[in-house]
Ligand binder design. Structure first.
Ligand SMILES: [Zn+2]
Length: 277
């Protein structure tokens, strides 16, 4: 089965090196490519966090990216002056969407200041991926990253394809309601694991409450054409992540969730995929 990782991060720094090690990986393009080849992974989508001024980010050729408006490098107050740079990214074939980080940044998705971003996304037909759910730092504010916040933006901007990253974890009930109501909302299943899991069966046993609810809401929705596999590399072990996703998605929908949905939602080109050996 061909697999696309619809949500990863790519940066060469000491912090990423450490979290990759904890997942029993090595934070390098070569290791990632080797892992991709080993596991039938043919493409990945980087959730960007470089300054928007970097118009040609040096990601390996088997990865495309969403231009990320990360609060550490992007000041929302400066959006009007930076909009032309975001547009330049969207003109590039390698840029397949926009990534927003509410929670880490203090804005609500339905904030009128974001209207120009949604207009660009609609014009270039590229999705807006949004961090939803828990955050990696305790300085972030959950009121901004709650999945319910997406409802108003998705309703107002029907022509924009939204991607709810992490399926609003752990607010699966609210996330499911927003997805059920809004046909222009999809989700990725990244960020649900971290590190290497030493004993997968024991992990599933220990986390059965969480896994049952996650599976239950996916079943309730029965909209497997709207969910995408994603690993949040280098956060988790890729083998574990594939096994975990197989655990929560019925086998008859693997093809969609692991591959087809990402191709359709992010408009990925066949020539950007690695050949399967
Ligand atoms: Zn992420």
């Amino acid at each position: 089965m061909k697999i696309i990782d619809a949500h990863l991060h790519f940066a060469t720094d000491a912090y990423f090196d450490e979290i990759a090690k904890a997942a029993e990986h090595e934070n390098s393009a070569d290791h990632l490519l080797e892992q991709y080849r080993m596991r039938g992974m043919v493409h990945g989508i980087v959730m960007g966090n470089l300054p928007v001024e970097e118009l040609e980010p040096a990601y390996p050729p088997f990865l495309s990216y969403c231009i990320g408006l990360d609060s550490q490098v992007f000041d929302m107050a400066k959006l009007p002056q930076k909009l032309h740079l975001i547009e330049q990214h969207l003109r590039s074939e390698r840029c397949v969407g926009i990534k927003l980080y509410p929670g880490y940044a203090s804005f609500y998705l339905y904030d009128d200041r974001l209207t120009p971003i949604y207009e660009l996304a609609a014009r270039y037909k590229k999705p807006v991926a949004v961090h939803t759910g828990l955050t990696a730092t305790d300085k972030a504010l959950l009121k901004y990253s709650h999945p319910l916040v997406m409802d108003e933006a998705a309703t107002k901007f029907r022509e924009v394809q939204f991607v709810m990253c992490h399926f609003g974890e752990p607010w699966f009930t609210d996330a499911a309601a927003v997805i059920e109501k809004n046909p222009n909302v999809a989700a990725d299943l990244s960020g649900l694991l971290e590190r290497k899991i030493p004993d997968f069966a024991a992990f599933c046993e220990k986390k059965h409450f969480y896994i049952e609810r996650l599976k239950g809401w996916l079943e309730y929705l029965d909209l497997y054409d709207r969910f995408m596999f994603g690993t949040d590399w280098p956060l988790a072990n890729l083998g574990d992540y594939i096994a975990f996703t197989k655990e929560i998605i019925p086998e008859e929908h693997w093809q969609e969730v692991f591959y087809e949905n990402a191709v359709r939602i992010y408009h990925l080109k066949p020539e950007s995929m690695l050949a399967v050996r």
